[in-house]
Write a protein that binds this ligand. Structure first.
Ligand code: SF4
Length: 348
């Protein structure tokens, strides 16, 4: 395993080499049902604020990611590729070999206090989910949010984890002094699809309960409707059911994002497709023939449908009038012409 390559961003691996030393790694397993089969690699990071390469394409420039790998185990997760930089497996290894930056809270507090830090927005949940199950044990996020609160530093969180509600009081405190944006990812409400394609995540309804709770407490919360999965989650009735449920949760916005299949995720997803929906394999090969993204006509169609449904169900800024702070700008980046190049937003 290559512990000198723990940067979140492939383009930054040279600059960030030696962020960790091999002597700083402790490997643990826990014999509880929740963590059976999971290996945790605890590391002491030397830096926790990551600058996003090519940030002009993204609505944020700085990220904090206390974990690598994700037990939520979404088949389509394109952060899978980042496990290969550690010489770890991007399939089951991504789901079960979790790197934990155990000193992330103290390190962030120190870095925020540096005279060189200008107080830029910090985005979390952009690589892997910071409220995945491991967070229940390691409890890194309370210290991270407290550090951001104490420095009145604006931040946003994108998550599928209901565990975020554990930190509701801290989020409310932070929202008193700075901009806090929360976005929850719910690509569909289809139960069967959820169980097979996002096997480690809380159910979509539970995630929408998070939206409702945050909104009820005055923290505006948007929904990133991601991914919309072609031929499995894109039927008009499915889109309608999802947007209706999103509206009922009180979300301030809904932003659709069609599945994309970059290297690392593509192989894993296509193997899954071959097992569960083999009749769709050829259709996928045609739809994604040009690379990681579905054709623009398809993306535009989904976006238009979702926006029309959002209008019909009354999702929009007017619904968020009671929010204390802004919802996270969860707008997805425009499709890139090639599969390469760093893009940090996962399909959380
Ligand atoms: S898509 Fe998000 S929640 Fe799912 S495995 Fe990837 S990082 Fe985790």
């Amino acid at each position: 395993m290559r512990w000198d390559n723990l940067s979140d961003h492939p383009a930054a691996t040279t600059a960030d080499a030696a962020l960790f030393g091999a002597d700083a790694v402790t490997t643990r397993t826990f014999d509880t049902p929740e963590f059976r089969g999971i290996t945790f690699h605890e590391v002491r990071a030397r830096s926790v604020l990551n600058r996003v390469p090519g940030a002009s394409r993204m609505p944020f420039e700085w990220t904090v990611n206390p974990y690598r790998g994700c037990t939520h185990a979404c088949v389509y997760c394109f952060a899978r590729k980042t496990h290969s930089y550690l010489d770890l497996d991007t399939g089951l290894g991504f789901d079960s070999q979790i790197v934990v930056k155990v000193n992330a809270p103290e390190l962030l507090r120190r870095q925020l206090a540096s005279p060189r830090w200008q107080g830029a927005h910090v985005a979390m949940g952009t690589n892997v989910d910071c409220y995945q199950r491991a967070e229940g044990r390691y409890r890194l996020m309370p210290g991270i949010i407290a550090a951001l609160r104490d420095h009145a530093n604006p931040f946003s969180i994108l998550t599928k984890g209901t565990l975020i509600l554990r930190d509701l009081d801290l989020l409310l405190q932070a929202a008193e002094v700075t901009d806090v944006g929360i976005s929850v990812s719910v690509g569909f409400t289809d139960q069967e699809l959820w169980r097979t394609v996002e096997p480690g995540t809380p159910a979509p309804e539970r995630r929408l309960d998070v939206v409702r709770t945050l909104t009820d407490h005055g923290i505006g919360c948007g929904v990133l409707m991601a991914p919309v999965i072609p031929f499995l989650g894109d039927h008009p009735d499915q889109l309608r059911a999802t947007v209706r449920a999103v509206a009922a949760s009180g979300a301030t916005s809904v932003t659709p994002l069609v599945l994309h299949l970059r290297p690392g995720a593509r192989e894993w997803f296509m193997a899954w497709l071959g097992r569960y929906h083999p009749h769709l394999t050829r259709r996928y090969e045609r739809l994604y023939a040009d690379g990681a993204y579905a054709p623009k006509w398809y993306q535009r169609r989904i976006t238009r449908q979702v926006h029309e449904l959002a209008d019909e169900f009354g999702i929009g800024p007017a619904r968020g009038g009671g929010s204390r702070r802004l919802a996270v700008p969860s707008r997805a980046p425009e499709p890139r012409p090639s599969d390469q190049g760093p893009t940090q937003l996962t399909l959380l």
